[in-house]
Design a protein around this ligand. Sequence first.
Ligand SMILES: [Zn+2]
Length: 348
Amino acid sequence: MKETINNLKEEITALFTKEHTLKELNDLKVLYLGKTGKITELSKGMKEVPNEEKKEFGMLLNELRELFNSKFETSKEELETAELNKKLASEEIDVTLPGTIINTGAPNILEHIIEEVEEVFMSMGYDVVDGPEIEEDKYNFELLNIPKGHPARDAQDTFYIEDEKVLLRSQTSPVQARTMLKAGGSVPIRMICPGKTYRRDADDATHSHQFMQIEGLLVDKNISLSDLKGTFDTIAKKLFGPDCVTRFRPSYYQFTEPSVETDISCFVCHGKGCSLCKNTGWITVSGAGMVHPNVLRNCGYDPKEWTGFAFGFGAERLAMLKYGINDIRVFYQTDLRESKNFDRKDVE
Ligand SMILES: [Zn+2]
């Protein structure tokens, strides 16, 4: 019996001098201490041992079990430490390596400007209204006090789809006419209509056959030019900063009377004169005026009872001013190298 124990001791010691995997270690445990393991079987033979030898046998058996357990635990610990070190080594992060640049999209700069303007107007109680880009001559010109043959049509020559009746709208003003007609001449109106417009212009740095307008209309009772001035002043300050000063210059449009061109003080030189404002200290940003009585009448509003004002911004012009872009074609050439210079300006 003693010999068997001594043999097992040697066997176990020899076994653990070799390297094992975790699975092999667990198999060894079953082989020696499992239900029918070598040490377990030996314990079962205890009852056949004479009483006077039982104590000694028990001690030897314990020693054997402890030997196995301690060898097993040591090997297991070594193995686990080695595996952990290996894993740490393979997952080491080199913080000096350059990061991976993930390209993310951003809203188009015009979309961004329009949203900004929409927010300002919505905060003042205006609705944002959509209208068709393919428009009838009636809405695009006639209702807006530009009858057939009127010279003002030359400046707004556009793309005709069906004779001279159906065309690509040359301005967003037809949406104003549609809104007034829909309102039936009985309720006040506050709306803006941003959208694409078209003209038969040859494309160059300042002209594009397609551009975006943001037009607005307010119709109510007792509205005067001073309401337009106050509204424009508020909008200009929100878009160009609280120091922005505004002024009106007389102008002429067929659908407004009186008509004005609206200027803001140059936000680069603050009036001193620079290349952006061509040394005048002022920058023209929109056209505006009191809605012409003919237009009110054409669209179902009695001009004796109702008055209103209208204004129109060019989205590209606002973006060009705000971001220092000097060529309108940048917006439509979809050249990412160009547009990515501007589309994240406000986000950064
Ligand atoms: Zn200036």
